[in-house]
Design a protein around this ligand. Structure first.
Ligand SMILES: [Zn+2]
Length: 251
């Protein structure tokens, strides 16, 4: 009762099973996030060995057993292995944070194709990014993830009173309604999101990712936006992200 499926996939995580097998978390273009077993992938002569390493993007052939709800990897044809990430701890940490976000969101059904495209493009840009721009790639990934997940807050108007945001002062994020509030309505808990950060989000929202990541902010706004975006994503995922301490926080 096996069914053969071909799609695009990026390895999010791999775990060893027994001596030679790998259990892979794959973010796929068509099936969302799935777990698939690559039998024998730890053997040195296995043709699945390289393609089953983290952050490798491949055309993948799968066998699906609908009764056992299991997937088996039969072929991996590598498109890119993002080698620029492998030797660089800081870039690897950023990619690991994104992977954790994807893992914890369970590849959330409807955003499947969009999330695959966002992750792939973000890895491509991160691999070549100047160190000073790495945190912008992460911020754009998180902001666009929120949009795909349906939780991107309105940056134009206060969620409570409808007043325009960013004109009279900073805004405050409230995890309770996943929304931004004006200075008058904000609970003044946590750090405010400066006007510059709100303008940045508005200005880069429709830009292609590669262009958006080279738009920069003053240091105070950048740090505040980074922390706010991490807070937003963790509140949407209803849990903390273990990778955050490893990610470069400054320039
Ligand atoms: Zn308000």
């Amino acid at each position: 009762m096996y069914r053969s499926i071909s799609t695009q996939a990026i390895v999010i995580r791999r775990e060893r099973i027994g001596e030679f097998h790998k259990s892979l978390s794959l973010l796929t273009a068509d099936l969302g996030l799935i777990t698939a077993i690559a039998y024998g992938a730890y053997k040195s002569q296995s043709r699945l060995r390289l393609g089953s390493e983290p952050f490798t993007w491949s055309a993948v052939q799968l066998y699906h057993n609908p009764v056992r709800k299991s997937y088996k990897v039969t072929e991996l044809e590598i498109h890119a292995s993002f080698e620029g990430l492998q030797g660089d701890l800081s870039r690897l940490a950023a990619a690991s944070l994104w992977a954790e976000v994807i893992q914890k969101s369970f590849g959330a059904g409807e955003m499947t194709g969009g999330l695959f495209g966002l992750f792939r493009e973000s890895l491509e840009i991160l691999e070549r990014a100047e160190p000073a721009l790495e945190s912008y790639v992460t911020m754009q990934f998180l902001w666009r993830f929120l949009s795909l997940a349906g939780y991107q807050p309105d940056i134009e108007c206060c969620d409570s009173c409808g007043a325009p945001l960013g004109e009279r002062g900073p805004a405050w994020y409230t995890p309770r309604s996943h929304a931004l509030l004006c200075a008058a309505c904000g609970l003044h808990t946590g750090a405010p999101l400066p006007q510059g950060a709100l303008r940045y989000l508005g200005a880069t929202r429709e830009m292609p990712l590669a262009r958006a990541v080279v738009v920069t902010l003053d240091e105070g706004s950048r740090a505040a936006l980074r922390d706010t975006l991490l807070g937003m994503v963790q509140s949407v995922l209803e849990g903390s992200l273990a990778s955050i301490p490893w990610v470069r926080s400054g320039r």
